[in-house]
Every structure is written in C-alpha cells, then in structure tokens.
Design a protein around this ligand. Structure first.
Ligand SMILES: Nc1ncnc2c1ncn2[C@@H]1O[C@H](COP(=O)(O)OP(=O)(O)OP(=O)(O)O)[C@@H](O)[C@H]1O
Ligand SMILES: [Mg+2]
Length: 322
C-alpha cells in the first residue's frame, strides 16, 4: 500500500531539467540553446496531451531565471481565464514591471490557446506585439491548425510528438523505482500501450495501480485503465440517441481531450454499449453499422474528433426520426 496517495505523481515526478524530458530531443536541444543565450523568439508548442509542453515551458523558465523564475513567469490558461480581456489585463499587469533578472524579458505561457476564438486570437496577437520588448510568449495548443496564421508566423513552432512506448516504459520504471514499487515488464508494456504516448495518463495509471498494491502486474494495469470509462461513454451515447447532440459533443470533448482517451478506445466501448441502450433493435443495428464505418475511417487515420462527432450527430438524427 502506498502511503502518500494524495500527492499527484505527475507533479512530484515532473522533470525539472531539459535532460530529464523523455523524447522531444530536437526540441529540448534547441530550447536549451535559447536558454543559454538568454535570447528567444515567441514560441508555439503544439502537440497532444501529456507529452511535455507545459513541463518544457516550466523548465525554460527555470533555466532562464533560476531561483527567481516564479516572478518572471506568468502561467495562463486560455480556457480558465474567462475571455481575452482577462488575459490581456493579466499580461499588462505582469509585463508592466521589468524582469528581476539579467534576462531582458519575462516569459508568458498561454496554455490551451486553441480554446480561443479567432477574434480573441487577433486580440492576443496585438498584445504580443505590444509587449514584444518586455515579454516572450509561449503559446501552447493541441492543434496548431486552430491557431490563426498571424500568430503562427510570429512564433517559432515546436511540434511535440506523442511519446514512444520505450520512453514511457523507461520513465514509468524510474518512477516506480523512486516510489519503491515493483512492476512487471508486462505491466510496464501495457501501461505504455494504453497511454498511447500520453505520459500524464501513464503516470496516473501507475499511481492508481500503486494505491492498492506495491507489486503491480499486467492485470492490475488493465483493471485500472478500464475503470470509469464505460459509464461516461454510456452517458455520452444516451445523450446522442436522445437527440441532445450538443451535450453528447461536450462529453466527447471531455473524454477525448481532457481524459485523453483515444478514438479507438472510445469507439470500442461505444460498440459494447449500444446493446444496453433502450432503443428499438433496428436502430441498434443501424448504429452498429455506422460504428463499423467510423472505426474503419479511424484506422485509415482520419481526424478522430471529427469522425466521432459526425457519428454522434448521426445518432442524434435517429432520435429525431423515430
Ligand atoms: N516528455 C516527458 N518526459 C517526462 N515526463 C513527461 C513528459 N511529458 C509529460 N510528462 C509527465 O506528464 C505530466 C504532464 O505533462 P505536461 O503538463 O508537460 O503535458 P502537456 O504536454 O502540457 O499536456 P496538455 O496538452 O494536456 O497540457 C508531467 O507532469 C510529467 O510528469
Ligand atoms: Mg499543458
């Protein structure tokens, strides 16, 4: 049994040096050079969840400003800050005073910038221009295509990749060692496979497994990983078949983006759950057919969110038809 289960391991074991960041070697190499020369452009970090965007930005702040990094680093989350005006006033307040270090600018990290509307992004672009002498921005997003061109062209763009299973296994095994937990090779492999390049997910799975055991097997990992999901996916399906496409879509976003479930995981679970829906059998048959088609398109590499949204939209249409 692990004693301190309330401390998140994703925080406790967040890398604090560039050399500790798994994968992303090209990126950390360039960033370390920027940090050494104390000169950097505005930057955009694009990539999937849990692959090191926020972590690297924090390391950048540490390496630029040393001990005083907290005074020279502003961390904003576009989806928390209730609109661009709040962001602008926070930036203004922060960039007003000079950096308290030998670096001539402060660093502003804007997470989830793809949550901003185009209009808000235009305002952000003007803000970036206004404070260009006193602040550098790191714009973080999952999809670079959702960021307007004028921002992209003002930034050096860094594309973070999902972490390969070898990186995830290595990191998990180091964390397990530090936490004095035994974990089997098979368990490491499954945890890496299930997390699909998302290190946050991998570390969370490990921590969840470690709360009940100090020797973790492959089965423990599977058990942990498949918890919670079915219920939420069932709820999402129910919303869709009741014709409430809007909330079904919200649920999908939560599952896919916040919880980082893959399209394949979601669709496999949807397939299982169709049978439990309280709808006419002929609708179930039609839904299974659509699910099959969607699964095929996902396997062909189509955009997961778009495909799943379209699937939910079709289900919502059935509801209107009966
Ligand atoms: N490349 C990595 N090397 C080691 N640990 C990592 C790496 N990427 C992520 N982690 C772990 O996962 C956690 C989440 O990472 P981070 O906050 O950097 O993700 P992110 O890319 O910003 O994701 P999001 O898009 O969800 O904000 C970190 O606290 C860290 O423990
Ligand atoms: Mg982040």
């Amino acid at each position: 049994m692990h004693e301190n289960q309330f401390e998140m391991w994703t925080e406790k074991h967040r890398p604090v040096e560039f050399s500790e960041v798994a994968g992303q070697e090209q990126i950390t190499k360039r960033l370390a050079e920027f940090a050494r020369s104390k000169s950097l452009p505005h930057m955009m970090f694009a990539g999937p969840a849990g692959c090191g965007k926020t972590t690297t930005a924090l390391i950048m702040a540490r390496s630029l400003f040393g001990e005083a990094w907290k005074h020279n680093f502003l961390d904003l989350n576009a989806s928390d800050e209730r609109g661009i005006d709040v962001i602008r006033s926070k930036v203004k307040e922060f960039a007003r005073t000079k950096s308290l270090s030998n670096v001539p600018f402060k660093l502003i990290f804007l997470d989830e910038a793809d949550a901003l509307t185009n209009e808000a992004q235009n305002a952000l672009r003007r803000t970036m221009e206004n404070y260009t002498n006193t602040a550098r921005f790191i714009i973080s997003c999952n999809y670079s295509s959702k960021i307007i061109e004028p921002i992209q062209s003002r930034c050096a763009v860094f594309r973070f990749k999902p972490l390969g299973p070898e990186h995830v296994e290595k990191r998990l095994s180091r964390i397990a060692e530090a936490e004095k937990i035994k974990i089997s090779k098979g368990a490491l492999k499954s945890a890496a496979e299930i997390s699909e390049g998302d290190m946050r997910k991998a570390v969370n799975i490990l921590q969840a497994a470690a709360t009940t055991k100090d020797e973790i097997s492959e089965d423990d990992i599977f058990e942990i990983a498949s918890r919670a999901k079915p219920k939420e996916i069932g709820e999402m399906l129910a919303k869709a078949v009741n014709g409430d496409f809007k909330s079904a879509r919200e649920s999908l976003k939560k599952l896919a983006i916040d919880q980082g479930l893959s399209g394949k995981d979601i669709i496999t679970e949807m397939h299982k759950q169709v049978f439990d829906l309280e709808i006419p059998e002929k609708n179930k048959v039609a839904m299974l057919e659509k699910i099959g088609e969607c699964e095929f398109r996902l396997s062909e590499g189509c955009d997961e969110i778009i495909q799943l949204e379209s699937l939910l939209a079709q289900f919502a249409l059935y509801a209107k038809r009966v």
